[in-house]
Write a protein that binds this ligand. Sequence first.
Ligand code: CA
Ligand code: CA
Length: 301
Amino acid sequence: MMKISRDYVHGIMRKEQEPVAFCDSGDVVVFETRDCYNDTIIPGPKQPKEGDPHYDNPATGPLFVRGAMPGDQLKVEILAMDLAPQAVMRTSPTAGAFPHYFTERYFKIFDIVDGEYVQFDETLKLKLCPMIGVIGTAPAEEGIDTETPYDHGGNMDCNKIGVGTTLYLPVNTEGALLSMGDLHALMGDGEILICGLEIAGEVTVRVTVLKDQLKVPTPFLVRDGKVMTVQSAKTLDEASLKAANAMMEFVTRASGLEPWKSGMLLSLLSDMAVCQIVDPMMTIRVEFPLEILEHYGVQLP
Ligand code: CA
Ligand code: CA
């Protein structure tokens, strides 16, 4: 199985990025990722050396998937996530929902217990729910830094992107150029302080190029019996309309229902949630039951 080392990180997703690895459609690939602080806070054998590339929110990649051409879609099945033994969080005096509480950046390192829990303090142990903060392909237009989420994916900070999730991303350039990083061992909707439980690790994915199958409104994911649109925009208002309309367009087109009927179903059954409010773009997701789509004969690619 191919593994892309954490040595191959970058800070921008763009069509011109040199691929660091090549694979075929259907291959399983492991991405070794640094934490969002470029592994500079937690000491260890993999501490960056002088001359190592430094980025905030570094993403490992990009991976060139042979056969992927503009207009195709890339299916990314997240098969496994292995986490480092320690994680870190840091406060911010300038960003997030609570900057006025802090005059400096305070960080704390946490131990991961049995790969399943974090020891939050002496008395409190929390169950982990690992997720991928940054995952995306090369955007359609200009390059987009790995702090920013948009139509290509990127720093979506959606806590539904974890083991068992199938994620669909756009292909805007030959090879798609998939990158990922910024793992969180745990994070609530909103990411309201400014970070999740930031951690380095390894992610195992299967990547498949979709050509003539049913198109989904990317970024799009399937998890726990639900399909989800994930959309980012300058404001939460814009992002919520974008995510709702992406789902409306998809349900209507895929099911063949008239808009009055699909609109009623969305109002009855879809849930809207905030992925994050702390990045340069805000991210909203809309969830809809997969079984309703299947009831109307829709089969996802
Ligand atoms: Ca993030
Ligand atoms: Ca993060």
